[in-house]
Write a protein that binds this ligand. Structure first.
Ligand code: MG
Length: 483
């Protein structure tokens, strides 16, 4: 039998315990921060960017090509998002890559030039150390990082991937048509390419391990490296950048794919790349990483039209590599992360410039505030939870603003040959304006009917120009020049 006094003591004790409960829970929560955070750290998503070279907007089954068979990328698009207005940062390799990896237009990093549009084997420059690549952002969050394939942001040690946040590098450091021997006719060397015509090095980290690189097996070997890397890093968050050397000319393909496609040699090359994408995605599935890995597939610029059937197709778009018409800068782009990315076809604007802010957000990284970014975080749209922040795109051709897009409309200030060569720009006497949602092939100039839209785009460009600080180009200096 409990006395009243004892009951009263118990009641007081009970009330005290109850009043202390939130504090107790808080203490328990604080005590659990360590392991919970550790668990969270290992749950960080992985990222893979697959970046092809000179593949056009129309060069995939899922983008409407009638004879190319790309079942792996088509499946990736069906399970993820296929973007139909996705732009690169520039219309040729080096500046396009600089834009993707830094989230900044190449005009800001000095990775564009009016005299030499890309880096060459005799170039003395590269991506400056002051730039912060996606790999550097992720290293700070504990990621392992690897670059496989074409780099083209400087082949000297201080510019290679291992000096820009990547733990390892395996690949050809610049375009696969460089270091060409002069003893063979230029056109013949591309029409019937042989390994020995192109003395490009294959590097592991900062060492040349093969020269000339056997390009017949290069797509296969990049793939084997990628698959091994994924397996070796399955227990840690990783960022893998796979930048294929192909389908940039000269075209090479392994014997398993040679003569197999309905689209000739170019088709064989694309179908081997599609196989490669399948190998990567299947490895993620087998290793149980498919629910925690974001994979992006895109290209660095439009097809190199002067190479005729060895070049790809921009599909319904006008122009090609070397122009900032849609065919030179709008590329296929597929995002895949089952369970995270909401399957859709997205016609909103996006850009390779957006990959750094998007990946940073997903990895929980904060971007530095000491520089201007030209990219936007696309995560809400990828996850099907909101609109697209990108409503404009500035199209540079070297240091000139060739065109600009705002909403549905793209305004041109210059023109050039739609095949990209010769590269001479002509300043337009009268602006040209196209509604890209209605007229993606840019056939109907609607400038006369839309003076207000022209004014808005011109104002936007002037505002943009005012925010660009001039920097020296890193593409012009040659190794042979005196330092
Ligand atoms: Mg390219």
């Amino acid at each position: 039998m409990m006395h009243n006094k004892e009951k009263s003591i118990l009641r007081v004790a009970f009330r005290r315990i109850r009043s202390l409960l939130p504090v107790t829970l808080m203490v328990a929560a604080i005590a659990s921060v360590g392991p919970a955070e550790a668990q969270k750290a290992t749950d960080k998503p992985n990222f893979i960017i697959i970046f092809t070279d000179d593949q056009g907007y129309g060069d995939l089954g899922c983008y409407g090509h009638p004879t190319l068979k790309t079942p792996n990328i088509d499946r990736m698009a069906a399970e993820g998002q296929k973007w139909t207005s996705f732009y690169v940062a520039e219309n040729v390799c080096t500046p396009s890559r600089a834009g993707l990896l830094t989230g900044r237009l190449p005009i800001r990093s000095g990775m564009t030039s009016d005299t030499r549009r890309v880096l060459f084997p005799d170039s003395d420059g590269g991506l400056p150390q002051s730039e912060k690549t996606i790999a550097r952002v992720l290293k700070e969050k504990g990621y392992n990082t690897a670059a496989i394939g074409k780099w083209h942001l400087g082949h000297l040690p201080q510019y290679l991937p291992t000096s820009h946040g990547f733990d390892t590098y395996y690949g050809i450091p610049y375009s696969n048509d460089m270091d060409r021997v002069n003893s063979v006719d230029y056109k013949a060397s591309f029409a019937d390419p042989k390994i020995e015509y192109f003395q490009v090095p294959l590097m592991r980290n900062t060492e040349v391990i093969e020269k000339p690189a056997d390009q017949n097996t290069i797509t296969k070997r990049y793939t084997q490296e990628a698959v091994k890397y994924i397996r070796d890093n399955k227990n840690k968050p990783f960022f893998l950048y796979v930048a294929h050397s192909l389908p940039h000319v000269p075209l090479f393909v392994s014997k398993e794919f040679k003569g197999k496609s309905e689209r000739g040699l170019y088709g064989d090359v694309i179908e081997e790349i599609d196989w490669s994408v399948g190998e990567i995605l299947n490895t993620l599935r087998k290793e149980g990483l498919d629910k925690n890995t974001y994979v992006v597939f895109t290209s660095d610029n439009g097809p190199w039209a002067i190479f005729n059937e060895h070049a790809g197709s921009a599909g319904l778009l006008y122009g090609s590599k070397g122009t900032s018409y849609e065919g030179g800068v709008r590329v296929p782009a597929v995002f895949w992360a089952p369970g995270k990315i909401k399957p859709a076809v997205v016609s909103n604007m996006g850009s390779t410039l957006d990959l750094l802010p998007t990946i940073s957000k997903l990895a929980g990284a904060t971007l530095p505030t000491d520089r201007v970014y030209d990219g936007y975080d696309l995560t809400t749209l990828l996850h099907g939870k909101g609109g697209n922040p990108r409503n404009e795109m500035i199209f540079y051709h070297s240091t000139s603003i060739f065109a600009a897009r705002k909403g549905d409309y793209k305004l041109y200030f210059y023109s050039n040959d739609p095949k990209g060569y010769p590269q001479k720009l002509e300043k337009l006497e009268k602006y040209q304006l196209f509604n890209l949602q209605h007229d993606p092939s840019e056939r109907y100039n609607v400038a006369d009917k839309n003076p207000q839209i022209i004014k808005e785009i011109v104002d936007m460009v002037e505002k943009h120009k005012a925010g660009v600080a001039p920097v020296k180009s890193n593409l012009e200096k040659r190794i042979t020049q005196a330092n």
